[in-house]
Design a protein around this ligand. Structure first.
Ligand code: PMP
Ligand code: GLN
Length: 380
């Protein structure tokens, strides 16, 4: 058969999780917590099922959940959005990213992505006839290099895709970054797709610089988030997209034929927990910061060099003091020989820097898991 995605294989997350399973390794590769979300959330899910909330939700999402998302957006980012016309609930952020791209990217359009970048972006762009234009983040601190981004803009540029807090690097945008982005797109019809799935995981008291805080950018942006990250429920696959009315209307044209709607009982449960316990997401930075700090302390005695982590739940480390294998080979070796799974950073690049020796560990794990992994890594 003629393949539409000749460069694409099985995702690195699946590959590494399978290898981890085969070798009984501690899995710090694929990003998911090894603990459950709030008991009240799980109770609310069961209650919704038992109360008969088991049929299709409205195409745009359960109204009470859209209402809660709008309230959260206003409370945190000072932006009033209309829950009926500007908020759409999706099957995880993955669907929201795909739907936003499919809604606006036409054959021949270019979408600027910043490498390293999450692996679902480029296939979504290509399947819709677009071309991903890869611009590297500044290798010193993985911040956006605005001059290079500006230089990459052409008359074909349809969209710029950003991700803050950043997977895999843990870097975050500053308010000045949003201003620079606004300057770049001012007067053009370039749209912004902002992947903010880790919006509630920002450390050291820093505010999350959501595009939704920036009135000018918000006017031309799709902002995507995921309850999987916020409520430790990656397997429930509920996310959402906030976008101005006209963009949301286009987004919904795709969403209604991609999935139509997502799992109703989970939407009911998230609406309830957002109303009853908004403290959960307010406490999330401290919760994950303690894990970040614990994991960094545990790795302090190893030969890994730890890169800074300002947000999200990943620790990137340089392993060049341990090996000069490339990062994929090193990750395979690490699973087999040390019993710890990680993700090679080269998987997030079009052209990985040749000399880069970086891998990613997920620290969204119980302390016992982190300690077991660290014990194995310390022995190297
Ligand atoms: N974007 C980024 C940056 C992610 O890390 C993830 C999840 N790993 C997603 C999107 C997808 O989120 P979801 O699981 O809600 O589809
Ligand atoms: N987003 C998760 C990560 O970065 C993986 C999600 C997936 O496996 N598709 O590890």
């Amino acid at each position: 058969i003629q393949t539409k995605l000749p460069k694409v294989g099985t995702t690195i997350f699946t590959v590494m999780s399978q290898l981890a399973l085969e070798h009984k390794a501690v899995n710090l590769g694929q990003g998911f917590p090894d603990f459950d979300g709030p008991q009240a959330l799980r109770d609310a899910l069961a209650a919704a099922m038992n109360a008969g909330r088991n049929q299709y939700a409205p195409m745009t999402g359960v109204p009470a959940l859209r209402e809660q998302i709008a309230r959260k957006t206003e409370r945190l980012y000072g932006r009033k959005v209309n829950p009926d016309t500007e908020v759409t609930v999706t099957s995880g952020a993955t669907e929201a990213l795909f739907a936003a791209i499919a809604a606006v990217v036409r054959a021949g359009d270019e979408v600027i992505v910043l490498d390293p970048c999450y692996d679902s972006y480029e296939p979504a762009i290509e399947l819709n006839g677009g071309r991903a234009v890869h611009v590297p983040l500044d290798p010193r601190d993985f911040s956006p290099d605005w001059q290079r981004i500006k230089d990459a803009i052409t008359p074909k540029t349809r969209m710029i895709l950003i991700n803050t807090p950043h997977n895999p690097c843990g870097s975050v945008f500053s308010a000045a970054d949003l201003d620079r982005l606004a300057e770049l797109v001012r007067g053009s019809d370039i749209l912004v797709l902002s992947d903010e799935v880790y919006e509630h995981i920002v450390f050291d008291e820093a505010p999350h610089q959501s595009v939704l805080r920036h009135a000018e950018l918000a006017e031309r942006s799709f902002v995507v988030s995921s309850f999987g990250k916020t409520y430790h429920t990656t397997g429930w696959k509920v996310g959402y997209c906030v976008a101005p009315r006209a963009l949301s209307a286009e987004f919904r044209k795709v969403h209604q034929y991609l999935t139509f709607c997502t799992f109703t009982p989970a939407q009911v449960a998230f609406a309830e927990i957002l109303e009853k316990d908004p403290q959960h997401y307010l406490d999330l930075p401290a919760f994950y910061q303690a894990k970040r700090d614990r994991f960094r302390e545990l790795l302090a005695g190893t030969k890994f060099r730890l890169l800074p982590v300002a947000g999200a739940y990943f620790q990137v480390v340089d392993y060049s003091a341990l090996s000069d294998r490339d990062d994929l080979a090193f990750c395979e070796w690490l699973i087999k020989e040390a019993g710890v799974a990680a993700i090679p950073i080269s998987a997030f690049y079009e052209t990985p820097p040749a000399e880069q020796r970086l891998i990613r560990f997920c620290f969204a794990k119980n302390d016992a898991t982190l300690e077991q992994a660290a014990e194995r890594l310390t022995a190297l």
